[in-house]
Design a protein. Structure first.
Lengths: 116, 113
């Protein structure tokens, strides 16, 4: 199947600093990628839809100025958590779908962010 | 934020037994469903999918059943193995074009050797 690669897999940062997470589609082009957040023992919650060449669409309650998304190419979307605080500690996962129709979504390996 | 004390439903089975994991969905417009397996610290891994024009689909050791009348989805795993231990999520989508999946709450499967 298609491969989505996410980096880094783990990051620890100090409160107040910013962290960038990369999501790459390795063998297909993705004009749309999705960013999810997952807290322990919970399901995946959609944060935002990343659109190549245009602004991201954020879900209700997700601060766009805090979670900056850039989708500058057809194979790369980045999520930057700005001025991170301990409550931002979570598991962040990206996904992308090859093609234009609703088919299986492929997920990155996830990034465990710990803010200390 | 995080819900303190929230626990995933857990299904515990013996190795070799069959497992059935259930999922209820709420959007009657959903027409595409996927089951994912998530191991600790990893992203979801595709298991099997089904579209709404079908009520059953089989893969290798797995079967997905869809009951649109009661908006219910199930995943059956035959001859469950210790490597099947993980959290299983159902996900749904609808319409054409790319939309984000909506995930169910998940079930933890524990396989006892």
């Amino acid at each position: 199947g298609a491969v989505v690669s996410q980096h880094p897999s783990r990051v620890i940062c100090k409160s107040g600093t910013s962290v960038k997470i990369e999501c790459r589609s390795l063998d297909f082009q993705a004009t749309t990628m999705f960013w999810y957040r997952q807290f322990p023992k919970q399901s995946l919650m959609l944060m935002a839809t990343s659109n190549e060449g245009s602004k991201a669409t954020y879900e209700q309650g997700v601060e766009k100025d805090k979670f900056l998304i850039n989708h500058a190419s057809l194979t790369l979307s980045t999520l930057t958590v700005t001025s991170a605080h301990p409550e931002d500690s979570s598991f962040y996962i990206c996904s992308a779908t090859p093609g234009s129709e609703n088919t299986e979504a492929f997920f990155g390996q996830g990034t465990r962010l710990t803010v200390v | 934020g995080e819900s303190v004390g929230l626990h995933l439903p857990t299904l515990s089975v013996q190795e070799g037994d069959n497992s059935i994991i259930n999922c209820a969905y709420s959007n009657s417009a959903s027409d595409y469903f996927i089951w994912y397996k998530q191991e600790s610290g990893k992203g979801p891994q595709f298991i099997i999918d089904i579209r709404s024009n079908m009520d059953k689909r089989q893969g290798q050791r797995v079967t997905v059943l869809l009951n649109k009348t009661v908006k219910h989805l199930s995943l059956q795993i035959a001859a469950t193995q210790p490597g099947d231990s993980a959290v299983y999520f159902c996900a749904e989508n609808w319409g054409t074009g790319r939309r984000a999946l909506t995930f169910g709450s998940g079930t933890r499967l524990q396989v006892q050797p």
